[in-house]
Design a protein around this ligand. Structure first.
Ligand code: NCD
Length: 301
């Protein structure tokens, strides 16, 4: 039996593969139904809350005509004390073609891969990685900068907020730098990870020189204790406002859920430079392409 490939972090894919997956995603722009995963079974098992990612994966799978089985974690045997490793081995015995998992522990997918004979797709593991989010962000940026990967080179993006605790930031830093973007990290000191990238504490200091902003939610669920004065104080420094943007030609991304008027203000959320809903739309197409790529084991390398 062929050893399955897994998508646990963005570096599991080569540049050539990513370009091909994103091209495929674009070709799905108007596809609401096709049969490329007909008769395939996909299990989703999300141990952490999710609105966008879970529904996006499930819609993507259904558009490709796969059967989707959602495991309700609150009713699953892990809530009766079974280890997640045993849960994975039992799910695998039902011969699924892919398992999509979200878990609060970083590295959950690495731990489970020896238990399964199908691809594991990481829907977010702790503060470690969220590969499909970074892929959909890359597609949104590519479409904005002339729909050409080479146009990303040298463009500056500021990642703003709770970077240290964000799997979205981690995956984007790896992926966007690989595509030649200059990544600046903007956050209060306690939200910055150890890094070689340029770091800034004041959004205003870099607002004029970047081509893109990626705002992040404060990951309160990953803090042991409250590590900032108040969200209002934080917002006064890091909220993306019209005043920060001026009339500049920039693009604003956020993975959601957005804390309105803390991460991005109401006015900017309505501004056409803000691509939050376009990211969600791109997410379905990217996940269609990812599922097809891994399940049908299309190897173009
Ligand atoms: C993010 C996540 O869950 O990692 N959201 C998402 O997947 N769209 C970011 C977050 O929760 O802040």
């Amino acid at each position: 039996m062929q050893t399955p490939r897994h998508l646990l972090r963005t570096s599991d894919l080569q540049v050539k593969e990513i370009e091909s997956i994103l091209d495929k995603a674009q070709s799905y722009k108007d596809t609401k139904h096709c049969d490329s995963l007909a008769n395939k079974t996909i299990i989703t098992i999300f141990f952490e809350n999710s609105t966008r990612t879970l529904s996006s994966f499930e819609i993507a799978a259904k558009r490709l005509n796969a059967n989707v089985i959602r495991l309700d974690v609150s009713k699953s045997s892990t809530s009766k004390g079974e280890t997640i490793s045993d849960t994975a081995a039992n799910l695998n015995a039902m011969d699924p073609h892919a398992i999509i998992i979200r878990h609060k522990n970083a590295g959950a997918g690495y731990y489970l891969r020896s238990q399964v004979s199908c691809p594991i797709i990481n829907g977010g593991d702790g503060a470690h990685a969220h590969p499909t989010q970074a892929l959909l962000d890359l597609l949104t940026l590519k479409e904005y900068f002339g729909n050409d990967f080479s146009q990303l080179k040298g463009k500056k993006i500021a990642i703003v907020g709770d970077i240290k605790n964000s799997r979205v930031a981690n995956s984007n830093i790896e992926l966007l730098t690989r595509f030649g973007m200059e990544v600046l990290l903007v956050a209060p000191p306690h939200f910055l990870p150890p890094t070689n990238l340029p770091t800034f504490h004041r959004l205003r200091d870099i607002a004029q020189e970047v081509d893109a902003f990626m705002s992040l939610r404060t990951q309160t669920e990953r803090h042991d204790k409250q590590i900032y004065g108040s969200l209002k104080d934080y917002a006064s420094q890091y909220c993306i406002t019209k005043e920060i943007l001026g009339n500049r030609d920039v693009v604003i991304l956020h993975p959601g859920p957005v804390h309105r008027n803390i991460d991005i203000d109401d006015e900017v959320l309505k501004d056409k430079r803000c691509k939050v809903l376009e990211q969600v739309n791109n997410g379905v197409r990217v996940r269609m392409a990812v599922l097809e790529y891994f399940i049908n084991a299309l190897d173009i390398s």
